[in-house]
Design a protein around this ligand. Structure first.
Ligand code: S3P
Length: 432
């Protein structure tokens, strides 16, 4: 599907941001093995969540669904059933990696596959720790890629040091750790999103946090909890990017999750001089939420690296776009993980923003350099099947003299199925 995005003369109005994908995955997975019932409201309804839902149903979990609400009857920690067929994570890396941790704890056999793109993303990062815990787990290409065959059960606690700061890997190990015979600790090189540990704690698991080290004690059971999912910061980021680069913008983004392990993009925007502020800060269960007000801004370039990358990993394409409008140079270092996402996001971001006149290049394996102040213009782009790229290009489209044509626009369905509707809504509000 192709979408054509045109400059909006003034970008004003407000949007309520749909539920967070990461929190929704965890709300489904953890309540599925809890005791009792749980209602998950304002849930993310993208394709990735549908994949987690399908897997859990095949494992015997009873989940009913209204448009953005799930009612889960917890099967209990040991209540999942061996599925009679293979499970598919579709295109969802989070489903694949978190589910493999959960399955490693089960005393039965499962095969976990996914769609083509996911089958080329690295899985050795979860196979290695799960094997160390005692699971039998095999993968294609010498145990590096899915499909994965898993026979779990009888796990031991581990003290595991991850090579990369990845919430998917950390969560995988912690999920398996629920089934281990002793404490499990994950040590990360930097902070990654902490939704799993927050939710486990809310469900009664003893969780210890010491800097970048997270420990859990295997519980006898987890108690189901209702979750009102905060709006997805990563979805809000596209609108934030559009507003700061637009010459005449002021928008309000309502009900956005502002967990600090997610808001590196906000910190960098502030460092760049962006006019952005949080209002109405409150808690949604264990997660902080706020309304974000963001305006047209005069921006300056920045240099960022390893310590902050995991806190803005999904916002890097938007950051590259914003940097193209700043004065001076922006350098995004230590971002090699971007090559392992739905597309090689270093190459695809450079390729697509260049088509629109941005001066952006890659250096070595993990650096993006953006020279600010380029005059960006319309062009014909592709999403490379990557939702975050499609939405970054759309954010460019509303702010530059286009039009920006985006092939593969349907990829937004992965995380933000109402994105094009919200774009139309904001554009209409801006005309009045
Ligand atoms: C996610 C973690 C991140 C992120 C992904 C969602 C999660 O991946 O890119 O969109 O929900 O745990 P990594 O853990 O691989 O960095």
């Amino acid at each position: 599907m192709r979408k054509t995005v045109n400059l909006v003369p003034s970008l004003t109005g407000e949007l309520t941001i749909p539920g967070d994908k990461s929190v929704t995955h965890r709300a489904l997975l953890l309540n599925a093995i809890g005791r009792g019932k749980a209602k998950v409201t304002n849930a993310s309804c993208g394709e990735d969540i549908a994949a987690t839902l399908d897997c859990l149903r095949l494992l015997g979990v009873n989940i009913t669904q209204k448009p953005d609400e799930f009612l889960i009857t917890g099967a209990g920690l040991h209540g999942l059933k061996e599925p009679s067929t293979i499970l598919s994570a579709s295109q969802s890396g989070t489903t694949m990696r978190l589910m493999s941790g959960l399955l490693a704890g089960q005393d039965f056999m499962t095969v976990l596959t996914g769609d083509r793109g996911l089958l080329s993303r690295p899985m050795d990062r979860v196979i290695e720790p799960l094997r160390e815990m005692g699971a039998t787990i095999l993968g294609r290409k010498n145990d590096t890629l899915a499909p994965l065959a898993i026979r779990g059960g009888h796990l031991h606690g581990v003290d595991y040091k991850t090579k990369v700061a990845s919430a998917q890997v950390k969560s995988c190990i912690l999920l398996a750790g629920l089934y281990a015979d002793s404490q499990t600790t994950v040590n990360e090189p930097a902070y990654s999103r902490d939704h799993t540990e927050l939710m486990m704690a809310a469900m009664g698991v003893k969780v210890g946090v010491n800097g970048h080290s997270i420990s859990i004690t295997p519980p006898k059971e987890l108690t189901c909890v209702d979750i009102n999912v905060p709006g997805d910061f990563s979805s809000a980021a596209f609108w934030m990017a559009a507003a700061v680069i637009h010459p005449n913008a002021k928008i309000t983004l309502r009900n956005v999750g502002v967990n600090q392990t997610r808001t590196g993009f906000l910190d960098v925007l502030e460092k760049m001089g962006a006019k952005v502020r949080l209002e109405n800060k409150r808690m949604a269960g264990a997660e902080p939420v706020a309304d974000i007000i963001v305006e047209s801004s005069n921006l300056r370039g920045v240099e960022i690296g390893a310590d902050i990358i995991p806190r803005l990993i999904d916002e890097a394409p938007s950051l590259a776009l914003v940097a193209a409008f700043a004065s001076g140079m922006t350098v995004i270092r230590d971002a090699g993980e971007l090559r392992l996402k739905e597309s090689d996001r270093i190459s695809t971001t450079v390729e697509e923003l260049s088509k629109l006149g941005a001066k952006v290049s890659e250096e070595g394996t993990s650096t993006i350099i953006i020279e600010g102040g380029a005059r960006m213009h319309g062009g014909k782009c592709t999403s490379h099947g990557d939702h975050r790229l499609a939405m970054t290009l759309a954010a460019a489209g509303v702010a530059i003299k286009g039009p920006v044509k985006i092939d593969g626009a349907e990829s937004v369905d992965k995380s933000y199925p109402t994105f094009w509707k919200d774009l139309a809504k904001l554009s209409a509000a801006s005309r009045v």
